[in-house]
Design a protein around this ligand. Sequence first.
Ligand code: FAD
Length: 314
Amino acid sequence: MDILVVLEDSQGSLHRLSKEAIVGAQQLGGSIAALAIGDNASEISNVLSSYDISEIITVEDELVSTYNADGYTEVVKQVIEKESPKIIVAGHTYQTRDFMPRVSAHLNIPFIPDIVSLSDKGFVKQVLNAKLNATISSNREQIILSFQSAAFNEENIQSGSCSSRYFDVILDASMIRSTSEKPFQESLGDVDLESAELLVSIGRGIEKEENIPLAFDLAEVLGAEVSASRPVVDSGWVDSFRQVGSSGCNVAPKLYFSLGISGAIQHVVGMKGAKNILAINKDKDAPIFEIADYAVIGDILEIIPKLIESLKNQ
Ligand SMILES: Cc1cc2nc3c(=O)[nH]c(=O)nc-3n(C[C@H](O)[C@H](O)[C@H](O)COP(=O)(O)OP(=O)(O)OC[C@H]3O[C@@H](n4cnc5c(N)ncnc54)[C@H](O)[C@@H]3O)c2cc1C
């Protein structure tokens, strides 16, 4: 095999970033195997059976029935040692960030994380707070990569068919020294911004805490989640897990409502993967309009209540 895609189980489904990683692997070219680990490996393997990859490798062992860093490190290490893929790829998720550096260190394979695109010269990643792009290449025989959210579009997965097989790992309890808590979004009310299809995102233009319920009301009528820019989070008006941007999360919804957000680069890096951006801002020169698909120049405090009313009356 040329490429091994390490998949992530997102509460029984294939994680969106794993789908994007498959698209990235398909664009790299070569024979692709995907590795599914844990209790849901068979279900995930069924989802993948219609994708254009060579094979799915499943690992089911009670010591890795759910994610733990030691177990996953050992499983991925054993698969790489046995199968010798040239490139190992994964989505740049919290889980990947937790265990993949250990795989890299154990096997002495370089890890280039957080790649945003591919170029003829190598792998492109953002540096200096996303102000510059750096292209990195490697002359090593093997390399590990992780792809940033929305680096690739999951809708571009090429379909086909593939076979599947089990991989026997050798694990014993003494190898597992760590246990993982539940994914953090579960303990925070099942809000998973990275997988949300519709986001109502609020910026400093919301002006004061008393106006925040407007955003939640709009989100409710739309069936959306609420996200925010950093100043809104720093003011303590919404929880920090809702922050989008370079020091928050990366999102890629089908529609991103940007309400009173200027469009600073640190915010834009977290939402530029949105398929459609509708921005409302009272400043016609706000940078957000450079990337918006739909631009409304106006006051959100006037527009949001009217929008909610009109949606409720539909
Ligand atoms: C190291 C570092 C990391 C950072 N990480 C992040 C990050 O992860 N996420 C993030 O978001 N930021 C981050 N920032 C901050 C970032 O630089 C910007 O300051 C921030 O994104 C601005 O947020 P904003 O657009 O809500 O506010 P502002 O830039 O103040 O923009 C408010 C906008 O609202 C408009 N407005 C005002 N009132 C109204 C109204 N009534 N109706 C309509 N429009 C109105 C204004 O015209 C303006 O464009 C980071 C900065 C640094 C230095």
